[in-house]
Write a protein that binds this ligand. Structure first.
Ligand code: PEP
Ligand code: MG
Length: 909
């Protein structure tokens, strides 16, 4: 079809069963353009047209409007000429006019984010010609008013003046409807439409100071440039940022001959899906409108009808419409136009088989002829995603590897947490945005204090930030909202572990604990007010939003089984309690990669003993307090070992600085002083003594165990005795004792010596033994660099990428929330490195650590237990680095299992 030789094409034509492009050219032609080309070549009736490439959009940004138009002018003119010859019409001709549509089309679909203009090429003369040619004045004038409306909005900026304002054209239409006593757009008479055109043009002149452009070529260039501009419009930028699509991609522009769904009762337009995008059910479905154009169906001006009879009957049941009424008033396309329906049904089947995925299509019926305007892989819910992939596999349309690769890992989340009813979300009022720290949906009444979470049956704990003391309240609350903190803040880590919905770092919230109020801009929310959190998007919503229970369908289990068939890298879990361990095991965890023992000390009955230990001034006093803690810890470990019977359990020795355990509030300090029979001053002195300028870099990790060896002794004893007790009951325990935060070999050696001598002493006492490993976390850059030496001593490594990220970037985990969002917004950082592993920098240390470790111990077992262990791109990186297992919170286990399989499959492609 190309006529211009030796020039890199910027414009690709399609139509009449031919095409310059194909569906593999999405990057250049955008998704819509590539698929239009492919459909045309497949012989599906698409209106002829052409695509201006995404590269031109980028050139436009660099070179400006004038230069770019010069660059593509000849090709566009040639392509318009092609359409003219296919259609037998002429652009701008007043007797036999060609009108075109101008649509955006990025390489990925961004529904509703960019602009479209229909019926372009219309003016006062063309409308008369069109009316005469079609013998349909109503249609011609309806198309004209639609054109001015769309072109005015998209190209000439005729938008509502403010958020609360009505669209200026809608206002004129509403006015006329009122005057004429009618309700719907299709009730306008020809004279009404003529009046509207006149009034629309006057409104344009009044607002912009310019006449509405009458030259079709001026109109075309105006629309093309407007589509390019819409790539950088607010909506598109927001959507791009949300999905991580780079600005360089640009959008293509698709220009096509108009086909008209508004030519009368033998015409119409609709949207359809080859399968149900909500449930994945294999039923063809969709909606249509008779005598309507493009946007009418989605815009909801008129209530659309169902395409299939089955869909129509299902709809009627919900709408409580009797069958006889349904068949008359709301007939399906299948009943109303059976031949068209059959043809559409054939195309949907052809296209789904061709693309081997669920398709979302748009079509228009022009005077009894069907045209397909678009097809794309349809967006779908997590549940539908899983069902469709597994069904396509069973139907033989895709193979196992393709089924696994068809799953978007993060979308599995939706299957694991209660979700908001999508219908309710449509009308929800979003008041602020935070980090989507832990997915899920929560609706409840605001409480500001953890110990008041019980106050309401459903509460949302709203805090500036949370501390370990808030644990119980966090557990009771339906959701957690914090003004500060990042993705690895305490609230986020704990919430993910609990599978509890959490939004953190919502900077717009101003919380006043004293007054028990929350300010968001001008609005004040009191304790007890209802709010809702969408943990998957970070949206904070006013009032209640209905939720629906997630369905763990059979296909989900099948998918997980299939993942394990291909996954090489193992998936363990981070679990601190038997309950979490059981949940994770049900989700398929193959062991525990991290038990944070400190969480056990925070529980009500333990914190006292822990505080006594910390406040003790002598080793004897400390040992006495630790003795009290021993049985409690041992019982914890027994519970966890039992839950993980037969699987490895990595238990990390105490990590956080001691100041986290002592009370900071006067009342609690007094209570403690009384209980311990010491003075309040003594308690205060100890708290002051433990205060650190930078606790994250302070007296924590193995530094505690090395300065207070009796803590390591007690913890080792609890682990080993628990394992021996269970061994006697026939439970297979595989403890892996892990030393945190080492930077030097000696730090490890000192801890290892305490662990092994304590274990040996117990073995002697009990005249029994178990196998166990002693390994270390690699979370300090120096440890990664010294990995060869450390591996000579350690049985295993586990990368603590939370601390490794903190220490490699020099960003405090607790404070980074203040500047990271700005860094991301400004493009200084692509994303939050605490959420997505920085493969370039921190990843290098993971690689170096693994390689050096294995240089002295080739079979060294290496895992990762930072939050990145459940993040898809980081999990894939781990596989490619030769890591043996990732460990993540229970609710991320299925995701990690899937990604482990996907990563392995990708290397075979
Ligand atoms: C880490 O640093 O990655 C880690 C798992 O330990 P924590 O988050 O408990 O510091
Ligand atoms: Mg750590």
């Amino acid at each position: 079809m190309k006529t211009l030789e030796n020039v890199k094409p910027r414009v690709y034509s399609f139509g009449d069963k031919q095409a310059d492009g194909n569906s593999a050219m999405k990057n250049l032609l955008g998704g819509k353009g590539a698929n239009l080309a492919e459909m045309s070549a497949l012989g599906i009736p698409v209106p002829p047209g052409f695509t201006i490439t995404t590269e031109v959009c980028t050139e436009y940004k660099a070179l400006g409007q004038y230069t770019v138009i010069q660059m593509i002018k000849e090709e566009v003119e040639q392509s318009i000429a092609n359409i003219e010859s296919f259609m037998g019409t002429k652009f701008g001709d007043m007797h036999n006019p060609l009108l075109v549509s101008v649509r955006s089309g990025a390489r990925v679909s961004m529904p509703g984010m960019m602009d479209t203009v229909l019926n372009l090429g219309m003016n006062d003369e063309v409308v008369l010609g069109l009316a005469k040619k079609t013998n349909n004045e109503q249609f011609a004038w309806d198309s004209y008013r639609r054109f001015i409306q769309m072109y005015g909005g998209v190209v000439l900026g005729m938008k509502p003046a403010s958020k609360d304002d009505i669209d200026p054209f809608e206002e004129i239409m509403e006015h006329l409807k009122e005057k004429r006593g009618i309700e719907l757009d299709n009730e306008f008479t020809v004279q009404d439409l003529k009046d509207l055109v006149y009034d629309f043009k006057s409104a344009v002149k009044k607002r912009t100071g310019q006449d509405f452009p009458t030259n079709p070529w001026d109109q075309l260039w105006g629309a093309v440039i407007a589509v390019f501009n819409s790539w950088n419009g607010d909506r598109a930028v927001y959507y791009r940022n949300m999905n991580g699509y780079p600005a360089e991609w640009g959008t293509a522009v698709n220009v096509q001959a108009m086909v008209y769904g508004n030519m009368g009762d033998n015409s119409g337009t609709g949207v359809c899906f080859t399968r149900d995008a909500g449930t994945g059910e294999n039923v063809f479905n969709g909606e249509y409108l008779i005598n309507a154009q493009g946007e009418d169906v989605v815009a909801g001006v008129r209530t659309p009808q169902q395409i299939t009879k089955l869909g129509s009957q299902r709809w009627a049941k919900l709408a409580k419409v009797e069958e006889d009424q349904r068949a008359i008033k709301y007939p399906s396309l299948e009943e109303l136009m059976p031949n068209i329906f059959e043809e559409l049904n054939t195309y949907q089947d052809t296209l789904e088989k061709h693309y081997r995925d669920m398709q979302d299509m748009e079509f228009t019926i022009q005077d009894g002829k069907l045209w397909i305007l678009q097809t794309r892989n349809g967006k779908r819910t997590g549940a539908a995603m899983v069902k469709i992939a597994m069904d396509l596999l069973k139907e033989g349309m895709i193979n196992e590897k393709e089924a696994l690769l068809a799953i978007e890992p993060n979308k599995l989340d939706e299957l694991l947490h209660p979700v908001f009813d999508p219908k309710a979300l449509k009308t929800a009022s979003v008041i602020a945005q935070g980090l989507p720290a832990s997915p899920g949906a929560a609706t409840g009444r605001i409480v500001f204090f953890a110990d008041e979470a019980k106050k309401y049956k459903n509460s949302i704990l709203v805090r500036i930030e949370t501390s370990p003391e808030d644990l119980e309240g966090m557990n009771i609350a339906k959701g957690i909202l914090t003004a500060r903190g990042g993705m690895t803040s305490h609230a986020a880590v704990v919430a993910r572990g609990m599978g509890k919905c959490c939004i953190s770092g919502a900077g717009a919230l101003k919380i006043n604990y004293k007054k028990r109020i929350l300010n968001v801009g001008e609005t004040v929310y009191q304790e007890g007010d209802w709010i809702s959190l969408n943990g998957s998007t970070g949206n904070i919503i006013e009032g209640k939003v209905a939720t629906i229970e997630p369905e763990l369908s059979g296909e989900f289990a099948e998918l997980m089984k299939l993942s394990d068939k291909y996954g090489v890298m193992k998936v363990r879990t981070n679990a601190d309690s038997p309950k979490d361990a059981k949940i994770a095991r049900n989700f398929g965890a193959q062991g525990i990669g991290l038990t944070r023992t400190e969480h056990m000390f925070f529980e009500q009955d333990r914190i006292k003993a822990m505080r006594e230990m910390i406040l003790a001034d002598t080793v004897k006093g400390r040992k006495q307090a630790l003795k009290e803690l021993l049985p409690m810890q041992r019982a914890d470990f027994e519970g966890i070992f039992e839950a993980m019977d037969g699987l490895a359990v990595t238990i990390r020795l105490l990590d956080p600085p001691l100041h986290e355990f002592v009370p900071h509030q006067l009342a609690t300090q007094k209570e403690l002083a009384e209980e311990m029979h010491i003075s309040l001053q003594a308690v205060k002195n100890k708290v002051a003594e433990l205060e650190e300028f930078n606790p994250m870099l302070g007296h924590r990790g193995c530094r505690l165990g090395n300065t207070y060896p009796e803590i390591t002794e007690m913890q080792t004893r609890a682990i080993v005795e628990a394992a021996l007790n269970l061994k006697a009951k026939g439970v297979i325990c595989k403890p892996e004792i892990m030393v945190p935060l080492i930077g030097t070999v000696k730090e490890f050696e000192f801890q290892e010596q305490i662990i092994r001598s304590t274990a040996n002493a117990i073995f002697k006492e009990r005249n029994d033994s178990i196998e166990y490993l002693v390994g270390t976390m690699i979370e300090i850059p120096r440890a990664a660099l010294m990995a060869d030496k450390i591996a000579e001593k350690a049985d295993f490594f586990s990368f603590g990428t939370n601390d490794l990220t903190q220490l490699t970037f020099g960003y405090s985990r607790d404070d980074a929330g203040r500047f990271l969002p700005i860094y991301i917004q400004k493009g200084i950082l692509k994303n939050d490195p605490f959420e997505i592993l920085d493969q370039e920098g921190v990843g290098q240390l993971v690689k170096i650590g693994t390689e050096r470790g294995r240089s002295t111990k080739p079979d060294l077992k290496v895992g990762i237990c930072g939050e990145h262990g459940g993040e898809p791109s980081s999990v894939e990186f781990c596989y490619n680095t030769g890591i043996d297992y990732v460990s993540c919170s229970p609710f991320r286990v299925p995701i990690a299992r899937l990604v482990s399989a996907q990563a392995a499959i990708k290397t075979t492609l």
